[in-house]
Ligand binder design. Sequence first.
Ligand SMILES: [Zn+2]
Length: 122
Amino acid sequence: MSIALRNTQRRMQVFNLRHDLYCEASGRCGCSEQTVTTLDENPMSGERRPRSVLRKVPAALTLLALETQEGLHEAVLKVPEIKRAVDGGALRVLTPTPRAQPKTTPTPDPKSKKDKERDTDK
Ligand SMILES: [Zn+2]
């Protein structure tokens, strides 16, 4: 399911979509891979040699001031920083409504009344 997030703040908010939280939950990896070169030191000889390591760089979710971004995977809510922002009101989760809502006039629920009457019959 995809959701939309609205930045309710008048400032930009950036969240890192950590691989172990976001990618695992969403089942797709949005990370980019970066090759970094490190120096490996042989503890025996003290010899140093460069080694290339592939490192995953997590994708970032950037929300400009008052921006709404749609089509986000609901797994973004697994990221603690995003969850905290939602709980604190800095972000609002908007679930898309595929169809226009039918009449929104509230109708009294006759069933609950009937249930109540039946209960008193006992
Ligand atoms: Zn990833």
